[in-house]
Design a protein around this ligand. Structure first.
Ligand SMILES: Nc1nc2c(c(=O)[nH]1)N[C@H]1C(S)=C(S)[C@@H](COP(=O)(O)O)O[C@H]1N2
Ligand SMILES: [Mo]
Length: 531
């Protein structure tokens, strides 16, 4: 039955081509990983291609990704890149059985793409960043070329001579041996890369473990018991570090060794640039403050908001020492651009930073050095401004400039230049579609309008009147405020809605706005059924 045997041959060929392709791809990643560990861990091909994708993703898609995948968005992206790579590897592997040189050449194209992505990264450290992708592609091309079999010995398709019937010059046993050898070599190379980058990371971990935070010169006032009355189901007043939301573009969390870290301050109004070590910053009088941080990508009712006790260097004083003056005091710079070790840029109004609020360079979060994911060793915070215009993590440079002269990262991507936090309130309990028993149901949640404070919170059942909620004590103007309302629930389906009034007497607007360009607005509602 020739039909069956040719089908079997095709199957074997495809299997052999696919495994050659996948092995080539695996070897590429292993060699690239080892090279990146030697050159710069952030220059690995998956990281740089992923980063380039993130940078070029339209705001609406990015917003969709954050909404759909939440904080797993980066893992989804990386797995996507790997799957796509695997698919191309299989195709190239099969192609290379027939067109051996073309297959190998196709692999080199990936090297070029990876190298281009590496060089286009804002934190690119120069030509060396292209090396992992280039060497990885060369390794893959060699593997593919080799596994496609010694040239000229390919048996004709349909040949009955068993062992060579899969189309390449290798005997079946020869191919399996070569494949196993390649797999072992690639695994060893990859493991060596991992071990090496792990050792690099340990310097950063040791620097963080060894950091003893000084006591603040100005402590945060204790959170009064009245500010957190302990209503079941409500967000904790202080968000634990491991539960604090994380939003950034870093595919690999930068692990900065504080020993080598410096903060440079330069730009308009600064006669000569200054540079500070972490020890110099820690030697200054520190302030400790409770501040609620919010992301502009937070939907109405969303989770990207949290409160922590931050320890840091007052930023206004540091800037004044460098010669910076607020625009209202004759300063020439109206925009402060913070730059991170991974090339992110965030721009804040100099006026806000210097108007007396507790803008700071934070070193501590809830009693420990900043976690790596939240910006170790130093991050910026400006109460009242969304994170993307103020809260630079892994900060390494502050440049004084103007809004006219420079658009930072998110502004280049259609987000607003200036973005004070909008007044928002959220129902934490009951949860959407909950089925609370009839009788007294406590509706409760949080409201925030950083640096203006919350003056009132009201709750509405269905289309009924607005009822004043019980407000917990206002801790400070820069923190959120808890509220609760005792509802006498009657049987049926009900829509619960909340709105807040801020310290300037402005009522939270009902008008729905998307998160782009300057933050979501509208009222948060929850639908429940009382059985
Ligand atoms: N270096 C860097 N800093 C950054 C970002 C980033 O992508 N890179 N994202 C900003 C945004 S959009 C927000 S909302 C806050 C979030 O801080 P968190 O992750 O500690 O909650 O960090 C800000 N600082
Ligand atoms: Mo954000």
């Amino acid at each position: 039955m020739p039909g069956v045997s040719s089908f079997r041959t095709t199957l074997l060929r495809t299997a052999r081509g696919s495994s050659a392709g996948l092995l080539a791809g695996f070897s590429a990643l292993a060699v690239a990983e080892l090279t990146a560990a030697l050159v710069r861990p952030a220059a690995g091909p998956v990281t740089v291609v992923g980063g380039a994708v993130v940078d070029r993703t339209p705001a609406a898609v990015k917003d969709f990704a954050i909404r759909t995948f939440g904080e797993d968005d980066k893992i989804v992206l990386q797995v996507g890149i790997l799957l796509l790579l695997a698919l191309f590897a299989v195709v190239l592997g099969v192609v290379s059985l027939r067109y051996r040189r073309a297959g190998a050449a196709g692999v080199l194209v990936f090297g070029v793409v990876g190298a281009a992505a590496a060089l286009s990264r804002p934190d690119s450290a120069g030509a060396g960043d292209a090396l992992p992708s280039v060497l990885g592609a060369l390794a893959a091309a060699a593997v593919l070329y080799g596994l496609a079999g010694p040239a000229g010995k390919a048996a004709p398709v349909g040949s009955t001579s068993g062992d060579t019937g899969t189309g390449s010059g290798w005997s079946r046993r020869g191919f399996l041996t070569a494949a196993a050898g390649t797999a072992a070599a690639a695994t060893g190379t990859g493991a060596a890369g991992r071990a090496l980058s792990g050792r690099r990371g340990r310097g950063a971990v040791a620097s963080r473990d060894g950091l003893v935070l000084p006591a603040p010169a100005s402590s945060a006032p204790a959170v009064p018991a009245g500010a957190r009355p302990g209503v079941p189901g409500i967000s904790a007043f202080t968000t634990p570090n491991r539960e604090f939301y994380r939003v950034d573009t870093a595919l690999v969390v930068p692990e900065v060794d504080a020993g080598a870290w410096r903060l440079r301050i330069r730009g308009k109004g600064i006669a000569r640039p200054r540079s500070y070590t972490l020890a110099q910053l820690l030697a200054r009088p520190l302030i400790e403050r409770d501040i609620t941080l919010t992301c502009v990508s937070n939907e109405v009712g969303g989770p990207y908001v949290g409160t922590a006790r931050w320890l840091g260097v007052p930023l206004a004083g540091l800037l004044a020492e460098c010669g910076v003056r607020a625009p209202s005091k004759g300063g020439r710079a109206d925009q402060l651009v913070a730059r991170s070790v991974d090339g992110m840029t965030l721009g804040s109004p100099v006026e806000d930073v210097m108007d007396g609020r507790d803008a700071m360079l934070a070193v501590g979060m809830n009693g420990e050095p900043l976690p790596f994911a939240h910006g170790y060793p130093v991050r910026m915070l400006v109460p009242g401004l969304y994170g993307y215009v103020s809260a630079c993590k892994w900060i390494t440079e502050i440049e004084l400039t103007t809004f006219d002269a420079y658009d930072p990262y998110w502004v280049e991507r259609k987000w607003a230049r200036r973005a004070p936090i909008k007044t928002q309130s959220r129902i934490d309990t009951p949860k959407p579609f909950a089925r609370p028993a009839a009788g007294t149901v406590v509706i409760a949640g949080v409201a925030w309008a950083q640096h203006r404070g919350i003056a009132r919170v009201e709750v509405r059942i269905d289309d009924g009147p607005w009822n004043d909620a019980d407000l917990a004590a206002q801790h400070t103007l820069d923190t959120w405020r808890q509220w609760s309302y005792r509802w006498q629930a009657a049987t049926g389906g009900h829509t619960l809605t909340v709105r807040a009034t801020d310290g300037t007497a402005a009522v939270q607007t009902e008008e729905r706005a998307r998160t782009v360009p300057d933050g979501a607005s509208g009222w948060h509602s929850v639908f429940v059924t009382v059985p």
